[in-house]
Design a binder for this molecule. Structure first.
Ligand SMILES: C[S@@+](CC[C@H](N)C(=O)[O-])C[C@H]1O[C@@H](n2cnc3c(N)ncnc32)[C@H](O)[C@@H]1O
Length: 406
């Protein structure tokens, strides 16, 4: 048996009296977890930090503005002593000991009858780490475990059957680090991944061998439309009890047909989770040193699909109205039609010398940026052999001197 070996336990404090002495930084850090546990918290301290005061004002703790007195732990289940007065702390911990109230003393671990572990939460799992008297190590272990659970690198599959389910995950613009933590975790838990050509392809290499990766572009679609074939693949695999992730480039709802997939799944009665992603419309300019807004330069940015030419009857875009805006225009899928798009914008009033930047394969190792003006962009794109995927950014923000960027 060792004095450094604590017995771990989860206290269920809901509605139970917890007394906290002191209302400085330590109390401020500890109170939220006690509040979340539903404890009946009495806070005893002549003064408090602004954040603790706000908790009292919100009715989350009962604050008695005074110093500790003998008897304060009467009826308490748990006590936290955090004042900077060692004498008061010693008297209070002696009272806690006499009343058999578990007590944490922030100024003296040895005099404490309980230790606060480093805690963290991820998706219903509480992680609590104790390392004797090395709080930094506890925090580091906690961070590693929580991070691993969040991003799926620590495999902890749920063992309760979830039933058919599909996650529509926005994978970000291509760099594998730019998927969200939730997206990465769902990917790590998947049995089947239906992936697009764009997006973080590198992440697919990390998947365990049992995971079936389906290239959405290669799904045979016979008499179906390609999208319908993808929808059917999602539905079939989910119905077969697989955990299915539809991994999409950027954000699923920005020119991503994500809602069509969500509707198809709803019609088939299959629950679906949408995980937003970092859209190329903002992130690709950003990594090339272009902010889509900038104080005093652009107060708006508009994201437009350039996949159909302005004079195409199926176009839903009012290019004449866009030409009148002063802010930033971000065009996706516009490489092919850039000539007719730039000519239309100039024709309706956007200045021909407006600076333009085209960023190809943004956030990947092959990223490149080509600068031009509205008048020259079509010619520059052809001369430089720019190919999709590329984002076209039109506006003064592209001419801002940028700092270090790739
Ligand atoms: C069908 S849209 C999908 C957009 C995606 N849902 C998003 O939020 O980024 C595809 C277009 O996004 C842009 N795009 C996506 N990833 C890109 C990247 N890494 N670099 C440049 N453009 C990209 C290109 O304009 C491409 O033609």
């Amino acid at each position: 048996m060792s004095d450094n070996f604590a017995y771990p336990v989860g206290l269920r404090l809901s509605g139970r009296r917890v007394v906290v002495l002191g209302a400085g930084q330590v109390a401020q850090r500890r109170l939220p977890a006690l509040i979340a546990a539903g404890a009946d918290i009495v806070l005893i301290s002549p003064s408090a930090t602004a954040s603790v005061e706000a908790m009292a004002e919100a009715g989350e703790v009962r604050w008695e503005r005074r110093k500790y007195q003998d008897g304060d732990f009467d009826g308490a289940w748990y006590a936290l002593i955090t004042t900077d007065d060692p004498q008061a702390n010693a008297a209070a911990s002696a009272e806690a000991e006499a009343r058999r109230v578990w007590c944490v003393r922030s100024d003296d671990a040895e005099a404490s009858t309980a230790w606060t572990p480093a805690t963290g939460r991820s998706e219903g799992v509480t992680v609590a780490v104790l390392t004797g008297r090395d709080p930094r190590r506890s925090a580091a272990v906690r961070d590693a475990v929580v991070e691993g659970l969040r991003d799926g690198t620590l495999a902890a599959p749920r063992h309760r059957a979830r039933g058919p389910h599909v996650a529509l995950v926005g994978g970000g613009p291509g760099d594998p680090d730019l998927i969200t933590v939730r997206g990465r975790r769902l990917l790590a838990e998947a049995d089947v991944v239906v992936a697009d050509r764009l997006g973080p392809r590198d992440l697919l290499d990390e998947l365990p061998p049992h995971v079936e990766v389906i290239d959405a572009a290669k799904i045979p679609y016979g008499r179906f439309m390609a999208q319908e074939a993808i929808n059917n693949a999602l539905i079939e695999h989910a119905k077969a009890g697989k955990s299915v992730v539809r991994l999409k480039g950027g954000d699923p709802f920005v020119f991503g047909r994500g809602m069509e997939e969500a509707h198809a799944l709803a019609e088939a009665g299959i629950p679906c989770t949408v995980v937003p992603g970092v859209t190329s419309a903002i992130s690709v300019p950003a990594v090339a040193g272009i902010p889509v807004t900038h104080r005093g330069v652009a107060h708006e940015f508009t994201v437009v699909s350039g996949h159909v030419a302005p004079d195409d009857p199926s176009s839903l875009v009012d290019w004449a109205a866009l030409a009148k805006l002063r802010g930033t225009l971000v065009l996706l899928m516009a490489v092919e039609k850039i000539g007719s798009i730039s000519a239309t914008l100039i024709e309706h009033g956007r200045a021909a010398n407006t600076p333009v930047a085209v960023v190809q394969e943004g956030t990947t190792a092959t990223q490149r940026r080509v600068d031009a003006t509205l008048a020259t962009v079509a010619e520059r794109v052809a001369a430089e052999g720019v190919r999709p995927p590329a984002v076209v950014v039109i506006g003064e923000v592209t001419a801002l001197a940028s700092g270090n960027h790739r």
